[in-house]
Design a protein around this ligand. Structure first.
Ligand code: AHR
Length: 493
């Protein structure tokens, strides 16, 4: 029998709700044909797909990153404002496509307001200039009698948008980026961008462009930029057709956060930087099937991917001290939890853990003790760096657990991923100084780890709830094989 031991006083810190953030990029059918479809009977008068908005609401995203991604490295935001029929159609080089510019800054801000999320804009540091970045901040946030602020007003938006979060470029290290740079050159350029953006609006918060969190790029960028920024952005995509690799790979986020936290601490200490610098995990997900540039990235997720996504979220909760923003990449159609057609949509498997966590994770993270069987991954004979990334990791607990409680200690949420492919795991949850008065289990499960949802079978993988027989300070619960369970327990003294 496995054991999870919970002491309500062993707190790790506060969970920042911004870890439930999203990301939309001008890529494939994420924006056009995803959240935005002009003329569709499913859209409102602004072109926003109503059914997509409805499906997004339960995900309770606090912040939404835009417009890329790789796309931003050749995006000129001024193409996307003013009368739509006058906006230029451009060749789009990052994804080999065409950009109509019918969805631009004003539409994005309206979308954010409609969904109730904070905007987070990443600026073009590839083909874009410092002047363009400065003008973008002024267009969005300017309050004076100046050209760009007045242009926003002329476009029908008298009040400033107060966009708080601004990213200094995306993946600027990558050869696939328009205008890629060395770390040293990026630092020099980013300092100047940061300067004009902050001079335009000192209240904004800036995000430096990191890599995976553990690279030399991250170290050099933090050494050069930590004093200018509030967040350092890192990205991680995992995934493998091998079940166990797929569900364990998100533990790479654990390594990324530990190393990145140490790098930040070192730089802040050595440079006497008083303000905090946090991690913005502003792209993360399972993504390994549809990798081609022109594939549209329409990954179809199975149940094992939902387990991986839940494991990522557990990692973020456990590292709540350092990760304060995270943006699932991406939101609709493109490596996304929601999949649309012109007639409707269905929810992919990964939607379910995202929704359950957004709803049930509480504000204080706890350090729990887990005692269960472990699994050692056999070495892989695939020599590619991607396949070798888990080298030296493990053995892995078959149960991955995060625990959170409310401030008063009345509600406890345990999020438990049983990664055992074949076996259910009977577990005792033991509480110190509290007893359970009421409990409910929400389980994401399906017929097999490779079960997927589709238009034809939208509920192959779904959530089932079950109330628990509880009394006293321990609960015995059986976690089904290959499942995600959110246990919500109401406590009494
Ligand atoms: O999310 C898909 C792509 O992955 C993004 O455009 C880029 O930033 C990353 O490489």
């Amino acid at each position: 029998m496995a054991r999870i031991k919970v002491d309500l006083d062993r707190t790790l810190g506060e969970v920042d709700r911004r870890i439930f953030g999203g990301f939309i990029e001008h890529l494939g059918r994420c924006i056009y044909g995803g959240i935005y479809e002009e003329g569709s009977p499913l859209s409102d008068e602004r072109g926003f797909r109503r059914d997509v908005l409805e499906a997004l609401k339960p995900l309770r995203m606090p912040v939404l990153r835009w417009p890329g991604g790789n796309f931003v490295s050749n995006y000129h935001w001024q193409d996307g404002i003013g009368p739509k029929e006058k906006r230029p159609r451009r060749i789009e080089l990052a994804w080999h496509s065409e950009e109509s510019n019918r969805f631009g800054t004003d539409e994005y801000i309206q979308y954010c307001r409609t969904l109730g999320v904070e905007p987070y804009i990443c600026v073009n540091m590839g083909s874009g200039t410092m002047d363009e970045a400065q003008a973008w901040v002024e267009y969005c946030n300017g309050t004076g009698n100046t050209y760009w602020a007045n242009l926003r007003r002329a476009n029908g938006h008298s009040e400033p948008y107060n966009v708080k979060y601004w990213g200094l470029g995306n993946e600027m290290y990558g050869a696939w980026q328009i205008g890629a740079l060395s770390a040293e050159d990026y630092v020099k350029k980013a300092i100047e961008f940061a300067k004009v953006m902050k001079l335009t609006d000192p209240s904004i918060q800036l995000v430096s462009c990191g890599q995976n969190g553990w690279n030399d790029w991250d170290r050099i960028v933090l050494e050069g930029l930590a004093r200018y920024v509030d967040f350092h952005s890192i990205h991680l995509y995992t995934g493998s057709p091998d079940y166990y690799r797929n569900v364990f790979e998100p533990h790479l986020a654990d390594k990324a956060l530990r190393i990145c936290q140490a790098l930040i601490e070192q730089v802040r200490y050595n440079q006497r930087i008083a303000h905090p610098v946090y991690v913005a995990y502003d792209e993360w997900n399972v993504w390994y099937r549809q990798r081609g540039r022109t594939s549209g990235l329409e990954e179809r997720y199975d149940l094992s991917d939902a387990l991986a996504v839940a494991t990522y979220l557990n990692v973020f909760v456990r590292h709540c001290q350092i990760v304060r923003i995270a943006n699932l990449a991406q939101m609709v159609n493109v490596i996304a939890p929601i999949f649309t057609s012109q007639e409707g949509l269905f929810l992919q498997t990964i939607y379910h853990p995202l929704r359950l966590y957004a709803e049930h994770v509480q504000e204080i993270a706890l350090d729990v003790h887990v005692d269960c069987e472990r699994f050692e991954l056999p070495p892989t004979d695939d020599p590619t760096p991607r396949a070798q990334r888990l080298q030296g990791f493990g053995p892995f607990d078959l149960l991955d657990v995060s625990a959170t409680r409310d401030a008063d200690g009345q509600t406890l949420t345990l999020a438990v991923v049983n990664r055992d492919r074949a076996q259910a795991i009977q577990t005792t949850v033991q509480l110190t100084d509290a007893h359970v008065t009421h409990g409910i289990a929400y389980v994401v499960d399906g017929p097999s780890p490779n079960a997927v949802n589709s238009f034809e079978q939208p509920k192959q993988v779904d959530v089932h709830s079950q109330s628990l027989e509880v009394s006293g300070s321990s609960v015995v619960h059986t976690f089904p094989a290959h499942s995600v369970t959110v246990l919500r327990l109401e406590l009494g003294a």
